[in-house]
Design a protein. Structure first.
Length: 179
């Protein structure tokens, strides 16, 4: 178990050619931080990156956050569509020991209630050693919808990985832990 006195470390990666070049504001990354601030009662600190859609760089950043920065959770936004430059799921799969396809299935099912193009999204999740990696879409509204859907399972998944106990604001998000 990680020392409870230390803040939980959560990695946030916005995968975007334009945001990394300063052409677009990093709205997706800020949306993740805002959502986590609402969800979490446990003290936490972000490990943050805005990087271009380059598979090797995404993989390297995921490895750094998981192995070197000690993040129990890494959340990415962007790079999950069908275009040639969308390679976040491939980078995630390349660094994970186990894939967690239920996350992507639930996110797509949730998004389908809002837009028919949700079937084009390739969100996924996986585990690298003791770190859960979750790939979200890049649109801020979709980020919140997807996190609201999957986050109830995330603290228990991190428990199973022998990570830190994550205490959440039950008025905002109801997490599930078996008794």
């Amino acid at each position: 178990m990680i020392n409870q006195q230390s803040p939980i470390r959560i990695g946030i990666i916005n995968v975007s050619d334009r945001a990394s070049a300063g052409i677009y504001e990093d709205i997706p990354g800020k949306a993740i931080v805002e959502t986590l601030n609402e969800y979490l009662l446990s003290p936490w600190e972000k490990v943050y990156a805005v990087i271009p859609d380059e598979q090797a760089l995404i993989a390297q950043t995921l490895i750094d956050m998981a192995d070197d920065q000690g993040c129990c959770l890494v959340i990415t936004s962007g790079g999950t569509g069908p275009s040639k430059r969308d390679v976040t799921p491939e980078a995630t799969e390349s660094v994970c020991n186990k894939m967690m396809p239920g996350f992507g299935e639930l996110m797509r099912a949730t998004s389908l209630a809002y837009v028919p193009t949700a079937i084009l999204s390739r969100q996924t999740a996986g585990i690298r050693n003791q770190t859960l990696i979750v790939n979200l879409p890049g649109k801020p509204r979709s980020i919140r919808q997807c996190l609201d859907a999957v986050f109830p399972a995330i603290p228990y998944c991190i428990d199973l990985l022998e990570g830190p106990f994550i205490d959440c604001n039950e008025d905002v998000i109801k997490v599930f832990r078996p008794k």
